[in-house]
Each structure stands twice: as structure tokens, then as C-alpha cells.
Design a protein around this ligand. Structure first.
Ligand SMILES: *Cc1c(COP(=O)(O)O)cnc(C)c1O
Length: 457
């Protein structure tokens, strides 16, 4: 097949879709550090985790021995409604850049929720249903995760309670209404429905909320309601596991045409799409079968890998979840108010953190105006209006392709295009009006976040 002209889109047949997820941790010689119980500082047990998450998901979270885990048929059925996602050869972009590089992107925006988050949402909803739960609770900021979860819950007829940061609830009515259309109940946070919400409202009347507060409300609601568990859309090992479907499909599609990537690029918020995209490639790299350059891209205004500390920290601003060893800016870190490009999480998946720490992966930070320039260029040339998050990967893919133009190298670049930007037009408006600026935190700005790190010895 190698001399065949490569099509604009490489699709897979249904029977070529993965039947198992790939659990990269099983093949890592150096495992990521275990989650710790914040009270005892001992590794969390299955029993402890099962109080927060569904049993089967808690087992996946702790599993670093099974390389392959079957994807239940019910989940594969749902995947077939919107997967396989296309792997696109960016011929138009290559031509416009006049680069000898070959650029491919895996597009995860072809579903109503508009991002890759649905890949894990459907798995988490399935295991909740299988356990006989009534429903799940979660928080959402901008709304991508809440939207994906509401779609997944409606499919399995599960109750879905979303705590949405009040300012987003008011300013982003479209995502809110998508969630309600799929049957979720969406509560602006802080709210009167939880003890922690009532306390915050009493202390700070008129507050517009924060992600940390929404998490605290969602967790309280889950642990005080019979038949409910709390679910999270990124960062966790289980989420990276489900997202491996992205990388497995990508690898199968490339192999159909004997294509071997030189560079693999992804945006990194909590690390789930990047972890999923790179997993089968990183597996080969760890086993010494092939070498790939792997680049994580993060915002300069929230630089957890490039400027964070590798330390145990809370996964959530509400400080209720287990401690995770990761590159972190501290759970108290809040990006500057002018930050518009998403990926605002303070830490990074423990698996990716470990790979980065061991030198198996690179990281780069980019400024938001450069990200929106790349987004606009991509939209005009390739036709897809990208999510701001995804555009971090576009920025670095273009930069690498331009380097190839200088050196004449015909490198093959693959990047993850995680979603569409239809619900992010306020950020695009800011950019289009020339009102977007870059702010890179100073070392002093980062100090309070680091000071919020728990003491763990
Ligand atoms: C949530 C999101 C991300 C970042 O999350 P990761 O867990 O780092 O993948 C990236 N792109 C889009 C479109 C998202 O919705």
C-alpha cells in the first residue's frame, strides 16, 4: 500500500475499531507514583476509591498490570455512532505553508458534545449503570465535560447532576441548554443545594463561583445521595485509558498506508487526550521498538509541565480527592483573568508527569495570541473551526512544519484536534477585536500556588 496516494481522510472500517483499550502503565518500567489518601498519606485502597468512583472504574484507576482491557460491547455500540473519527491529511495546510512536512490530524470534534471527552463519558456512565447506580454528579466549567456526560447518561438512562460554575451558567447558555436537552439537571454553583454551597454563599454573597467550589458541591452531593457517584473528565488514569481509543485508531489508520510519524503533538490540560493519543506510540518507544518525538503543548499562562513542580498535590481545588504526584502549579493556582484558551487545570495526569519526568516526552508552552493566530489560519485553510484548546497543538504543528521548510526535512507530523470551537466564540471575538493579550505569570505569581502544595514526605 505504501506507494498508494494517501487520501485526505483515512477512515477505518467498523471491524478495525479497537476492541480493547490500551493501558500504557502496564508497559511502563517506571510506574507513575500511587494516589495517596490525604488523611493517612498511604496509597489509596480500592475500598476507599470505591466510595467516590464506581467500583470498576476504581479498579481501572489502580490497574498498572493489564496492558489491554476489553471495551464492553455496549460501549463499542455507542462508539460506533460517532467513531471511528477521521485521520485527516492536512494537504491544504501543507501547501499553504509550502512545507515538505506531512501533516495529519485526528479529529475528535465530530459529535454533538464537540470534543474527545465523550470517549470517557460513555465508559464512565456505562460502569455506573452496570453497578446499578441511580446517577452521577460532576462539575463543569466551560461545559465540554458536562455536555459529554449528559449525552452519555441519557443513553444509559442515568440521572446526571452537573454543577456549573455560575459565571459560565449565566454567560454560556448554549452549553447549559445542550445539557438540559439531554436531560441533565444543571445547577449554577455555588448553590443552596449543598452545605458547602450554602456556606460559600453566606460568606461571599454574589460570588460568581469557581471550579473548586463546583467540585466540592458535586462531591458532597454524590457522597450524601444514595446510589450516586462522582465522575471526573480528565487527569485520572481511567480517563487516559478510555482515551487510548484515539491513539489506537490513529495507529491502525497510519499502518494502513505504512506511515510512521516522526513527531506526535497534543494539547495538554489534564492530559487525557494527549495520554490517549500517544499511548500505543509511547508503548513502542518504551519497549525500544521505535522512537517518536512526543510534544505536550500547554498555555504559557498555565504552564504546569514547563514551570510546575513534580510533587504530590490535590487533584481538585476543593481538596477532597486523593493526592496525586504530578507536575503542578499548586491547587490554589488560578490563571490570570485574561486567559481565554482553556487548559486551565493546575496539574497534569500522573502518568504523563512521570513520562515527562523520565525524559520520554517534551513539553512546550505557547502564548494565547499565537494560539488564536494558528486557530484562525487553520480554520481558513482546513475549514474546521477549532477549539481554543486544540489550537495549542495546531500552533506547535505549524511551527514544526515551518522548521521542516527551513531544513528541507520531510518529517511526518501527527497532532490531535480535540474539538470544535463553536461555543468559544467569545474568545474568538476578543481575538478578532484585537482585545486579546498575553500574560505570562512571573515567578512571584507562581509562589502562592506552590505554597498551597500539601506537605508530603
Ligand atoms: C477538555 C478539553 C481539552 C483538555 O483536556 P485534556 O484532558 O488535557 O485532554 C482539550 N481540548 C478540548 C476540546 C477539550 O474539551
Amino acid at each position: 500500500m505504501s506507494n498508494q496516494k494517501i487520501p485526505y481522510k483515512i477512515y477505518l472500517e467498523e471491524q478495525e475499531m479497537p476492541k480493547q483499550w490500551y493501558n500504557l502503565r502496564a508497559d511502563m518500567k517506571e510506574k507513575p507514583e500511587p494516589l495517596l489518601n490525604p488523611a493517612t498519606l498511604q496509597p489509596v485502597t480500592l475500598e476507599e476509591l470505591s466510595g467516590i468512583f464506581c467500583k470498576e472504574l476504581a479498579m481501572q484507576e489502580l490497574n498498572d498490570t493489564d496492558a489491554y482491557i476489553d471495551i464492553p460491547e455496549e460501549i463499542r455500540k455507542f462508539y460506533r455512532m460517532y467513531r471511528p473519527s477521521p485521520l485527516v491529511r492536512a494537504y491544504c495546510l501543507e501547501e499553504k505553508l509550502k512545507t515538505p512536512a506531512k501533516i495529519y490530524y485526528k479529529f475528535e470534534g465530530n459529535n454533538t458534545s464537540g470534543s474527545h471527552k465523550l470517549n470517557s463519558a460513555i465508559a464512565q456512565a456505562y460502569y455506573a449503570k452496570k453497578q446499578g447506580l441511580k446517577g452521577v454528579t460532576t462539575e463543569t466549567g466551560a461545559g465540554q465535560w458536562g455536555t459529554a456526560l449528559s449525552m452519555a447518561c441519557s443513553y444509559f438512562d442515568l440521572d446526571c447532576q452537573v454543577y456549573m460554575v455560575k459565571v459560565s451558567y449565566e454567560q454560556k447558555p448554549f452549553r447549559r441548554e445542550v445539557m438540559r436537552t439531554y436531560g441533565a439537571s444543571v445547577t449554577p454553583s455555588p448553590s443552596e443545594t449543598t452545605k458547602v454551597g450554602r456556606e460559600i454563599l453566606k460568606e461571599h454573597p454574589g460570588t460568581t463561583g469557581s471550579l473548586g467550589c463546583a467540585i466540592s458541591e458535586a462531591v458532597e452531593k454524590a457522597v450524601t445521595s444514595e446510589g450516586y457517584r462522582y465522575v471526573l473528565g480528565s487527569v485520572l488514569n481511567q480517563v487516559l485509558l478510555h482515551q487510548s481509543v484515539i491513539g489506537l485508531e490513529t495507529k491502525t489508520a497510519l499502518e494502513k498506508y505504512d506511515i510512521v510519524p516522526d513527531i506526535i503533538i497534543g494539547c495538554a490540560g489534564g492530559g487525557s487526550n494527549l495520554g490517549g493519543l500517544i499511548s500505543p506510540f509511547m508503548g513502542e518507544k518504551i519497549k525500544g521498538k521505535r522512537d517518536y518525538r512526543i510534544i505536550a503543548v500547554e498555555p504559557a499562562s498555565c504552564p504546569s509541565l514547563t514551570r510546575g513542580k513534580y510533587a504530590y498535590d490535590f487533584c481538585d481545588t476543593g481538596r477532597v480527592c486523593p493526592l496525586s504526584k504530578m507536575y503542578t502549579l499548586g491547587s490554589g493556582f488560578i490563571p490570570s483573568a485574561n486567559h481565554a484558551g482553556g487548559l486551565r487545570y493546575h496539574g497534569m495526569s500522573s502518568t504523563l508527569s512521570k513520562l515527562y519526568h523520565d525524559g520520554l516526552m517534551e513539553a512546550r508552552s505557547v502564548e494565547q495570541t499565537a494560539v488564536f493566530e494558528a486557530a484562525t489560519q487553520f480554520a481558513r485553510i482546513e475549514g474546521i473551526l477549532p477549539a481554543p484548546e486544540s489550537s495549542h497543538a495546531i500552533r506547535v504543528a505549524i511551527d514544526e512544519a515551518l522548521k521542516c521548510k527551513e531544513t528541507g526535512e520531510e518529517k511526518t507530523i501527527v497532532f490531535g484536534l480535540t474539538g470544535t470551537g463553536y461555543f468559544d466564540m467569545m474568545a474568538y471575538e476578543k481575538f478578532n477585536n484585537g482585545e486579546m493579550s498575553d500574560y505570562i505569570p512571573t515567578d512571584d505569581d507562581l509562589k502562592p500556588g506552590f505554597a498551597s502544595l500539601p506537605k508530603v514526605d
